[in-house]
Design a binder for this molecule. Structure first.
Ligand code: PCP
Length: 395
């Protein structure tokens, strides 16, 4: 048996901090339940991040769809900033209070992963970024982790079940195990080429036994134009100046006419290493730094009771609108009842922007009835990449 919750446990409200269950008990016993609005915001983002990518909304819908609540939410994949409500629930508190723990868990981890993936993809530009991190986390979470990595911007995921969930083909190369068992890099590559479906890209792993540049040349000579790339997963003990190793591999391959063979790197890749490797690298396999991304510590807080703005210290009371200018991406936070004005921002040439703000926090469902169909992961990823044109990764 795995030490994990069953989806049924989550739907039945069993994944809840006990004090929420006791609060429900007290409110029911005292007939003191109230109609409330509760919002989910983060006051700060981890690691000096200035923006986050929202992920986990589809699972929140799965959890909320049998409850008598009205839900407003940002679309999954929306880039948000601190203090902006990304989700708001309205209804009798005892209808949804029990699910605070699970709802937070669904967006805190997923949004951290999606944001990290977006940061890595932004730094890598057009180069492939593949999610290799499922092995660092409990396998029961792998599909969620890799779905968030994909919608955040990764070009592919390694685990078959995750790929199924996002409707894409899984991506991978070959493990050291194949080379160790067959005893040689090129024997393993030839066996892969002989057995595996021709549509799968041929990537030789060149750091198992010998020097990467010699193994790369041997692999290129063995497969010629069939070889898509060589993967360097050089152990840290031998990595030294990794860029120099890549320069040597690139030089030796080009010298022999294998300019088509791409360079794929993995092992300890993080945002800090990407800019320095981009001059030579065509593809990144990123594991730990994405799957073990810091969580975004959202909190759920009541902001209205029986229609009256009321919130704890440190929180802004009342239901809100989150506006964003589609032209200059300026954000505005307003009380829900306030009317929006044209964007007061300035264009690059210093003229008033004046564009019409769009509402980011929009009605999603009422008592289980959805107002619109949820987008597929591919569409969410495109939405993230489109927004990412307006955001920088400050490292
Ligand atoms: C690892 C494997 C992972 C990579 C590294 C992720 O290599 O290829 O995909 O690394 P990261 O978590 O540091 O980003 P190995 O453990 O050498 O495994 P294998 O032989 O299976 O490729």
């Amino acid at each position: 048996m795995f030490h994990t919750a069953d989806p049924k446990d989550i739907k039945e409200g069993k994944i809840t901090d006990i004090y929420f269950a006791r609060t429900i008990e007290i409110l029911k016993a005292k007939k003191a339940d109230k109609w409330v609005k509760a919002e989910f915001i983060t006051k700060n983002l981890p690691s000096g991040w200035t923006w986050g990518v929202l992920s986990g909304i589809e699972e929140c819908v799965e959890l909320l769809n049998n409850l008598k609540v009205s839900v407003r939410a940002m679309k999954e994949g929306t880039i948000f900033e601190p203090l902006q409500p990304v989700l708001e629930l309205e209804g009798m508190y005892t209808e949804f209070g029990l699910y605070e723990t699970a709802l937070l868990g669904l967006i805190c981890q997923a949004s951290g992963i999606a944001t990290k993936a977006a940061r890595c993809k932004k730094l890598a530009g057009e180069r492939l970024v593949i999610s290799f991190g499922a092995r660092r986390m409990h396998p029961i979470l792998a599909p969620m982790i890799e779905r968030s990595a994909y919608i955040g911007g990764c070009d592919g995921v390694a685990v078959a079940k995750s790929a199924e969930l996002i409707g894409e083909e899984p991506m991978g190369t070959m493990p050291h195990a194949l080379i160790i068992i067959l005893g040689d890099t090129v024997e393993a590559l030839k066996a892969f080429h002989e057995v595996i479906d021709p549509k799968i890209k041929r990537v030789a792993l060149v750091d198992t036994f010998g020097d990467e540049k010699l193994e790369s040349v041997r692999s290129a000579e063995a497969l010629g134009r069939e070889l898509y790339a060589v993967r360097l997963d050089t152990p840290a003990s031998r990595r030294g100046n990794f860029l120099r190793i890549l320069q040597e591999v690139r030089w030796e391959l080009d010298l022999r006419g294998y300019k088509n063979v791409k360079l794929f790197v993995s092992g300890g890749i993080d945002e800090a290493s990407i800019p320095g490797l981009n001059t030579l690298v065509d593809a990144y396999g990123i594991g730990t730094s994405i799957s073990n991304a810091p969580v975004i510590d959202f909190a759920m807080d009541i902001v209205e009771v029986e229609g009256r703005p009321l919130a704890k210290r440190g929180k802004l009371s009342g239901s809100k609108r989150v506006l964003r200018c589609p032209s200059c991406y300026r954000y505005e936070l307003l009380p829900l009842k306030d009317r929006k004005t044209p964007c007061p921002g300035l264009t690059g040439s210093g003229r008033p922007c004046g564009a019409t703000y769009e509402d980011l926090l929009i009605p999603l469902m009422k008592e289980g009835r959805m107002f619109s169909k949820l987008p597929r992961p591919k569409a969410i990823r495109s939405y993230v990449l489109q927004q990412m044109r307006f955001f920088e990764v400050l490292t």
